[in-house]
Design a protein around this ligand. Structure first.
Ligand SMILES: Cc1cc2nc3c(=O)[nH]c(=O)nc-3n(C[C@H](O)[C@H](O)[C@H](O)COP(=O)(O)OP(=O)(O)OC[C@H]3O[C@@H](n4cnc5c(N)ncnc54)[C@H](O)[C@@H]3O)c2cc1C
Length: 440
């Protein structure tokens, strides 16, 4: 099998992978790979925005909102780090060229989403993820120490005695290659691609988690899966279009089959999701309705251009019509157990972003905390990796197998391992919410 050698291999080109790469010094040789096109990440799809501590006197309230949404199961140290680091991370983004919305005087504008008691979310129209991710991608492309391979899939880790020496990847042409590295970073996002109804890209299928199960890398709370209350209902197959919480933050209401309001639309996601599910069961329907009559068409087109247009293409004017919405899989709070510096239970292996579970979100994520979390802990992981890389030399102590399973068999193996783990961790949640795409 062919081999390549880099100081660091990063698997995934979402916000967390990109920011890890950009936070490493320029003398470190980095390889980034991604399973699909470079901008096909869930980070790119983020609509609502990114939280920030806009002034020190909002700390307690922001901390409490995050803890309450997470059912107080959050790792308090991680929450504190995330909030305190947020102004620095936003400065980094602005320095890289991210354009957040501002008023005429140039002051940053803030919006609000469910379970936030204050306006503290920065945004760019309703395509914040696209703005952040494409800016970071351009920065990465401009760095001579970073190589990017798209349409290249990690299919295994190179492991000996609980130490990771890189990955095995399958490239565009189907050839398999050993990518040897002193440090390996898993930034492969969540598991939405496995689900029948999800807001995630279909290729984001939790590959890191099945490899973790295979190599006995510690996982934490893999069953902590967030179901987003409001995705555009459609009979078509494929990715579910998200109608961001910021639409409810700006006044949209939820109605049942009798056109009655049935919940406080700004409660945490899991509470709103349960309320919707109860109404669907009560009326025997597969959706409820969302509408934004308090906003003019012109204002909605300016504030939510992407969401307004997508609803229109399905035949609904968000400001006048009742838009059918239904809950879908959206985010994973659990994942590979990671320290506040991204270290996993395996030496020389790091996890960042949605793949990692450092406990910051507890049992349920507060809206717009995930882009921030991805960036804060990616930067910290990069610091730890920089120190480690200096102390190591290249080594691949294994005789590598010449061929791995084909794509379809790998996908089946991946699904079976993850299904088993989810069922083991929470059989009731599994029964109620875990419907997988390959089984529909
Ligand atoms: C529709 C939508 C809207 C959202 N809105 C917001 C929001 O407003 N605010 C907020 O904070 N968060 C939001 N989120 C969540 C947020 O975008 C993600 O949780 C976060 O960006 C995750 O980033 P990541 O880098 O961990 O993973 P991702 O951005 O998901 O990137 C994963 C990467 O891993 C690659 N990959 C996966 N498997 C492999 C493999 N085997 N080999 C090689 N590469 C692989 C993928 O190709 C991709 O490049 C939203 C998510 C969605 C889906």
């Amino acid at each position: 099998m062919k081999q390549r050698h880099y100081d660091v291999v990063i698997v995934g080109t979402g916000a967390s992978g990109l920011f890890t790469a950009l936070s490493l010094p320029s003398h470190i040789r980095v390889l980034m790979i991604t399973k699909d096109a470079i901008d096909h990440s869930d980070s790119y799809l983020a609509q609502g925005g990114i939280c920030v501590l806009k002034s020190p006197d909002d700390f307690n309230s922001y901390f409490e909102d995050t803890m309450r949404a997470g059912h107080y199961e959050n790792n308090k140290e991680a929450v504190k780090i995330m909030i305190e680091s947020s102004p620095e991370i936003i400065e980094d983004l602005i320095r890289f060229g991210v354009a957040f919305e501002r008023d005429k005087k140039g002051n940053l504008l803030y919006t609000r989403e469910g379970a936030h008691s204050n306006y503290r979310i920065l945004y760019h129209e309703d395509v914040t993820g696209k703005e952040i991710t494409s800016t970071l991608i351009q920065q990465v492309i401009d760095r001579p120490n970073i190589t990017i391979l798209d349409y290249t899939t990690m299919i295994d880790l190179i492991v000996k005695e609980n130490t990771c020496y890189g990955i095995i990847a399958e490239e565009k042409d189907g050839s398999q290659e050993a990518m040897i590295a002193k440090s390996t970073v898993l930034a492969t996002g969540g598991i939405g691609g496995l689900f029948e109804n999800s807001t995630n890209f279909p290729h984001i299928t939790g590959d890191s988690f099945s490899l973790a199960l295979k190599h006995q890398i510690e996982l934490e709370n893999l069953h902590y899966i967030q179901i987003h209350p409001t995705t555009l209902y459609s009979k078509k197959k494929g990715r579910r279009f998200l109608i961001s919480e910021s639409v409810r933050g700006e006044g949209a209401i939820l109605l049942n089959e009798n056109r009655e309001r049935f919940t406080d639309e700004l409660k945490p996601r899991d509470v709103v999701t349960s309320a919707i599910k109860a109404e669907m069961e009560k009326f025997g329907t597969d959706h409820v309705y969302l509408t934004l009559p308090s906003m003019t068409k012109e204002k909605a087109q300016q504030r939510f251009p992407n969401i307004y247009q997508e609803c229109l293409e399905e035949g609904y004017d968000l400001t006048k019509d009742l838009v059918p919405v239904t809950p879908s899989q959206h985010y994973l709070m659990g994942g590979i157990k990671a320290s506040i510096n991204g270290e996993t239970s395996m030496k020389q292996l790091y996890a960042v972003g949605e793949t990692a579970c450092n406990g910051v979100h507890g049992a349920n994520r507060l809206a717009s905390n995930s882009l921030l979390e991805s960036l804060v802990f990616a930067k910290r992981a990069a610091k730890a990796i920089t120190k480690q890389v200096q102390t190591l030399s290249f080594c691949c102590p294994l005789t590598l197998p010449s061929i791995y399973l084909d794509e379809r068999s790998r996908a089946m193996e991946n699904l079976q391992l993850i299904k088993k783990e989810l069922q083991r961790k929470d059989p009731i949640f599994y029964e109620k919410w875990c419907h997988f795409s390959s089984e529909s």
